[in-house]
Design a protein around this ligand. Structure first.
Ligand SMILES: [Fe+2]
Length: 230
């Protein structure tokens, strides 16, 4: 599955953006609005809600008496989604076999541990401002289309990616700019500045890649089956 990715750039000595149109066949089998609805019924995922100004909104948590873990307030999440604002779901890789297999493929082909984070909104709604992240990332569009910008500029690994300083756009240089369509893949190198500029309904998978030199512990993604006669 990753052969087109490896063929498109010499990552050993020339790290940079990779864009692969139509990387996934039938992307909605990986992520659809029905899957988002399923996520709302589970308590083993973690939601982040993004305000109209591109900042995180606080999300109440409570601990039901019989729950082993605290739960996020589903009504707040539901109202946020239906009002059309942007959200993030972390821990999505374990939701279905397709996303588990995608992560297995990435983890076997590269020296990284992965997960899938869902980014979405029902209508035009801003995502995070231009920022950088600690790890390399694959973006795969599943529903709708989203414009993206990735810059050649990167933050040093000597500093944490707090994204609290204003950027000097006089020295910012675009590495890739375009519109991701369903099935398209975008690879964003570690610490490269980037931003999504969503202008309509969308769902995408973001796949952050933590180097195994930092932590070699993978999710157990094996498909355990119990033999039974009934
Ligand atoms: Fe990011």
């Amino acid at each position: 599955m990753l052969s087109r990715f490896f063929a498109s750039r010499n990552l050993h000595c020339d790290d940079g953006v990779v864009y692969i149109p139509q990387f996934l066949d039938k992307p909605q089998e990986y992520l659809s609005w029905k899957d988002v609805e399923t996520c709302l019924t589970r308590d083993d995922l973690y939601w982040e809600l993004i305000n109209g100004n591109g900042e995180k909104r606080s999300l109440p948590e409570y601990k039901p008496y019989w729950s082993p873990v605290p739960c996020q307030d589903k009504n707040t999440i539901y109202n946020h989604i239906t009002s059309g604002e942007s959200f993030v779901i972390t821990g999505y890789s374990k939701i279905k076999r397709k996303t588990q297999d995608l992560c297995i493929e990435i983890e076997r082909s590269l020296d990284v541990c992965t997960d899938v984070h869902v980014y979405g909104a029902r209508t035009k709604s801003p995502s995070f401002k231009t920022h950088c992240d600690h790890f390399s990332n694959f973006i795969i569009q599943c529903v709708g289309e989203t414009p993206w910008k990735v810059y050649k500029n990167k933050q040093t690994s000597l500093l944490a990616c707090k994204n609290d300083k204003p950027l000097n756009y006089d020295i910012m240089e675009i590495d890739w700019e375009g519109i991701l369509k369903p099935g398209d893949l975008l690879y964003i190198p570690d610490r490269a500045y980037h931003c999504a500029l969503p202008d309509k309904t969308r769902l995408s998978m973001s796949i952050p890649c933590v180097p195994t030199v930092l932590n070699p512990e993978f999710y157990d993604r094996r498909n355990y089956k119990i033999q039974t006669d009934n």
